[in-house]
Design a protein around this ligand. Structure first.
Ligand code: 6CS
Ligand code: FE
Length: 299
């Protein structure tokens, strides 16, 4: 299946002119029902309200070990280090992220299709799902880089052409995420407000945005207002736990100067009813290793 060329209305305009503005979410958060499971109505209501869910013990310790061995294998493979899908930390030259890892690693491919993972995404999105993006984030000790505040959907809409908010991320921790080694931070409830950002998308923006995002990040005034209104939740969690979060949560993570790496597998599930079209605010689509154009359902 390829991207459609029919005109799709842009209900979330961004990066079109200067200035930042808030647009109310035009899509449901929950597209499925409690009947399907694994979440009951109370859990679904909490996700609807907060925009995220912490899920303990998604995978067993031995599975974590298997994935960590895979992570070491991938990051030590010179060919993979040289691959454009691998992002290197500018200062330490350590591996920061490896994209499309569900295609380069059979172990991650199995995880991405595992009912213990896909089932959560299918219930939220109310349909079959495919992987829009996968990555392993290493956030090495001593010099792990930060991820500034942003909404993933703003980028996936502007640069990858996802029309609506029917996308969910599941981040599975491969190391203990403590309060101090750069865990994910989410402003709970921000998923219901879309921040339209000023500033056009530069040509080949992904070559810099995956190390330090510029276009599509809200200005300090907007971040301050949102933090004051919603607060900031720090998602610490043991290795093997996961955080599932809506595509439009305002989130970020600090750097990591501790000796303890904060590594996770990050899987982005998009509904097969929301497949990528042409980018809404970028000269051309990003490479498929960042924004998939193969919409084959997983699981
Ligand atoms: O641009 C992207 O698609 C990636 N960037 C960040 C900071 N989060 C979402 C995604 O992995
Ligand atoms: Fe993100």
């Amino acid at each position: 299946m390829t991207a459609t060329t029919e005109h799709v209305e842009d209900v979330y305009p961004t990066r079109l002119e200067e200035g930042f503005s808030a647009i109310p979410r035009q899509d449901p958060v929950i597209w499925g029902t409690a009947a399907e499971g694994p979440m009951d109505q109370q859990t679904l209501d909490s996700f609807d309200e907060r925009g995220y869910l912490a899920i303990p013990d998604v995978i067993a310790p031995e599975e974590v070990e298997e994935l960590r061995a895979e992570l070491r294998r991938l990051s030590n493979d010179p060919e993979i280090r040289a691959d454009e899908r691998t992002i290197i930390e500018p200062s330490s030259q350590e591996v920061r992220s490896i994209f499309e890892v569900h295609r380069t690693s059979d172990i991650v491919a199995r995880l991405a299709a595992d009912p213990r993972v896909v089932g959560w995404a299918r219930q939220i999105l109310g349909s079959d799902v495919y992987i829009h993006q996968s990555r392993i984030n290493f956030k090495p000790g001593f010099d792990g880089g930060s991820f500034y505040w942003h909404s993933d959907f703003e980028t996936w809409h502007a640069e990858d052409g996802l029309p609506r908010m029917r996308t969910v991320s599941i981040s599975i921790s491969l190391t203990d995420n403590h309060s101090f080694n750069g865990p994910l931070m989410i402003m709970p409830g921000t998923h219901k407000t879309y921040v339209s950002c000023g500033g056009a998308t530069p040509e080949d923006n992904y070559k810099s945005s995956l190390v330090m995002q510029g276009a599509g990040t809200p200005d300090p005034e907007t971040v301050t207002k949102m933090a004051d209104s919603y607060g900031i939740d720090v998602l610490a969690g043991a290795a093997g736990s996961a955080v599932m979060f809506d595509c439009n949560c305002m989130h970020g993570s600090n750097g990591n100067i501790t000796p303890y790496p904060r590594s996770n597998v990050f899987l982005v599930f998009n509904s097969v009813e929301n497949t990528a079209v042409e980018p809404f605010s970028a000269p051309k689509p990003r490479p498929t290793f960042i924004g998939a154009r193969d919409f084959t359902p997983v699981g």
